[in-house]
Design a protein around this ligand. Structure first.
Ligand SMILES: Cc1cc2nc3c(=O)[nH]c(=O)nc-3n(C[C@H](O)[C@H](O)[C@H](O)COP(=O)(O)OP(=O)(O)OC[C@H]3O[C@@H](n4cnc5c(N)ncnc54)[C@H](O)[C@@H]3O)c2cc1C
Length: 282
């Protein structure tokens, strides 16, 4: 279902209804309430791609359990936790915005998209155990992560997450746990924010509408759109475009011709033929 209004010649066109466009639209409308915004989404429902609750892990990325944010070693050979601290701070800012959205009636019930959930990081093998121990030492020294617990005791890990021990051999293992983690359904959040946006004066969203081209004009951009339900093609003029099209962003960015679009390419994709293999390396 699209919003009841379609905005011609808006100030901003948002492409895609995932968490990026949804968040930007909601922030812009709050900062400048007279802004006219039109969002286009090619699928039949809001936020069905990466942001959908079934298509990502759903951890609020606060740097707590995402080990990739602490993959570097510092000059002293210990794990460098700088990136995790940055990520935690960014996630706190997201929470401030969501709190604002709830207090101001943009979102009726925060439980629809956000719930507290302990975050556990788990490793196995002595090298990884040493890594986690160093990571924990660095992180728990900062007040963001001071409540993070570390253990290499199997019974404690069993207590935290019993299935991690089921059928496991005696390879060394370790884990950290922090109760202050969050579970976020980014798809539900996107839906709530886009629906709110569609109810505001001068704003609308249209489903089953694919943006097919972008052309620079003296005033901003001519956005080519195809209504997939009726087949109608039309152009909407706007001052600003945000390409929040997830995996569909790159072709649109390249069509825009802006300097920032240079230097990227997509890896050619060939649909694999169905096959059955008994060799895991084949
Ligand atoms: C397996 C996996 C696990 C992840 N885990 C986490 C996690 O735990 N925590 C976390 O924070 N992040 C996680 N992420 C990342 C996160 O899901 C994405 O970064 C985020 O959802 C991207 O949002 P988006 O709005 O950019 O894109 P999307 O949510 O993909 O939205 C893009 C939208 O644009 C639409 N669209 C595309 N082309 C067009 C067009 N031409 N015209 C109109 N509409 C168009 C699409 O239909 C889609 O609805 C994970 C991602 C993956 C793949």
């Amino acid at each position: 279902m699209s919003s009841s209004q379609h905005i011609d010649n808006p100030d901003v066109v948002l492409i895609g209804s995932g968490v990026m466009s949804a968040t930007l639209g909601a922030v812009l409308k709050n900062l400048q309430p007279d802004l006219k915004i039109q969002l286009y989404e090619v699928t039949e429902e809001l936020a069905q791609e990466s942001s959908n609750g079934w298509h990502n892990a759903g951890t609020g990325h606060a740097g707590i359990c995402e080990l990739s944010y602490t993959s570097d070693r510092g000059a002293d050979g210990e794990v460098d936790v700088t990136k995790a601290i940055e990520i935690f701070e960014q996630f706190e800012q997201s929470k401030y915005f969501w709190g604002y959205a709830v207090r101001n009636g943009m979102i009726d019930d925060p439980k629809k998209f956000l719930n507290p959930l302990p975050h556990i990081a788990f490793v196995y093998g002595q090298e990884q155990v040493d890594f986690l121990k160093s990571r924990h030492a660095g992180m728990s020294a900062h007040h963001f992560f001071s409540s993070m617990e570390y253990t290499d005791d199997r019974e404690t890990i069993r207590d935290w997450a019993p299935l991690l021990l089921a059928g496991r051999d005696d390879t060394p293992i370790a884990a950290t746990k922090m109760d202050r983690g969050t579970d976020v359904n980014f798809g539900a959040l996107s839906e709530l924010l886009v629906e709110w946006l569609g109810q505001q004066d001068g704003c609308g969203y249209a489903l089953r509408h694919r943006v097919t081209d972008l052309t620079r004009t003296p005033e901003g951009w001519a956005v080519e759109v195809k209504d997939n339900k009726t087949g109608r093609k039309f152009t909407n003029q706007t001052k600003f475009v945000f390409i929040g099209a997830g995996g569909g962003s790159l072709p649109l960015l390249q069509k825009s011709g802006i300097a920032e679009s240079k230097g990227f390419r997509r890896i050619p994709y060939r649909r694999p033929m169905a096959r059955v293999s008994t060799n895991r390396n084949s």
